[in-house]
Ligand binder design. Structure first.
Ligand code: BYC
Length: 329
């Protein structure tokens, strides 16, 4: 374990030398696949990028409850409603584990939530699209959770211990989510012609935004080089996107649905499915706050935060009372 060095004189240049030594030892630990824990020394940029990624991930889970929450009262049966309710609650739990993991890096949950509510922090582009029909709930489970699993399985081996451990449980739950979505799509695609049409329409609308979830192409990715060096990222954005396409094409075939990409073709030599051009202008617009539902999503989170103020106040008052009792005892 390398703990933060506190006894150096910043004026002497000694600090810089010591930081270089600490940085080298830090990198050696990462290279040796050791886990970095909250009290270990870490470069400030490693702490910053992890706080950024983990908090964006937490915000995505929380905002991600909204598109599906929209269908809780309209699920077509009690069984579907119970499964969807459990899934949405799981997403909330994921958000909470992730805020807790981010807090171990020194930012408070209040700060992180404020960054979301002020529009300063990003969350996944995918949650800025509307859920127009019940089939969208199937498409989200199948494709959005499918993409999330593809991205998150490698994060179980992330160099930062608290994030890697949170991901293990999250991935187990995401795998149940993916199956419930696929089962909805299977039921619809084997149902009436109207139901099959509804499933195809949902697939048409969600396919391209799901490919965007993996982030910009490698050549345009800002953080990939350092995150790969630090073993936060194990695969590049394009590698994971390709894995997702390769896994999803056969699943769509089983459903009897077609992917909305006329350029999709199997490259016999590599065994990969090649896909058409992604509309990166659309992606940029969505992450700049101009997607179809960005304003609605943030307004819903702000309203929930305001309405929850009394709960935070009550929890604080209760904690203070308990502390008072403990001190008096
Ligand atoms: N949306 O340098 P890059 C879920 C940003 S939740 C918005 O490649 P990085 C689920 C990126 O942040 C799914 N922004 O970044 C929940 C950066 O901007 P900043 C969420 C995006 O970090 C409920 C800039 O573009 N999953 O599964 O190396 C129901 C340049 O990108 C997006 C996670 O958060 C995007 N799609 O790689 C169902 C997983 N993509 O920060 C399901 C954890 C990129 O410089 N995160 N940007 O302002 C990651 O694995 C990585 O952060 C990313 C991006 C692969 C997403």
């Amino acid at each position: 374990m390398y703990t933060q060095a506190l006894n150096t004189n910043p004026d002497s240049g000694e600090r810089q030398l010591e930081d270089a030594g600490l940085a080298a030892r830090f990198q050696a630990r990462v290279d040796a696949e050791e886990r970095i824990e909250p009290n270990d020394w870490m470069p400030a940029a490693y702490r910053r990028t992890l706080t950024r990624q983990i908090s964006q991930h937490a915000h995505s889970e929380i905002v991600g409850m909204l598109p599906e929450g929209n269908w809780l009262t309209r699920a077509p049966s009690l069984r579907r409603k119970a499964a969807l309710l459990a899934k949405v609650q799981d997403e909330c739990g994921h958000g909470l584990y992730l805020y807790a993991a981010a807090e171990t890096l020194g930012s408070s949950r209040e700060e992180l939530v404020d960054q979301l509510l002020s529009g300063k922090a990003k969350y996944s582009s995918i949650f800025n699209y509307p859920t127009l029909t019940w089939a969208d709930i199937g498409a989200i489970g199948w494709l959005v959770d499918g993409a999330a699993i593809m991205n998150q399985i490698p994060l179980c081996r992330c160099s930062y211990g608290p994030y890697a451990r949170a991901m293990i449980r999250v991935c187990k739950e995401e795998s149940f989510h993916q199956r419930q979505g696929y089962e909805i799509m299977l039921t619809l695609s084997r149902g009436t012609p109207e139901q099959k049409e509804m499933a195809q329409d949902a697939l048409n609308r969600w396919w391209w935004p799901c490919l965007m979830m993996f982030g910009p192409p490698d050549a345009a990715s800002l953080h990939s080089d350092t995150s790969t060096l630090w073993k936060i990222k194990r695969f590049s954005n394009d590698e994971l996107r390709q894995k997702f396409v390769d896994a999803t094409v056969p699943q769509a075939r089983i459903l009897g649905l077609s992917l909305p990409d006329p350029e999709l073709r199997l490259d016999e030599e590599s065994g990969h499915w090649r896909y058409g051009e992604i509309d990166w202008d659309e992606f940029k617009q969505v992450i700049a706050g101009n997607g179809p539902c960005n304003r609605e999503r943030l307004a819903a989170r702000r309203k929930a935060h305001d309405e929850g103020e009394w709960v935070r106040e009550a929890a604080l008052a209760y904690a203070q009372k308990q502390r008072g009792k403990a001190l008096a005892a």
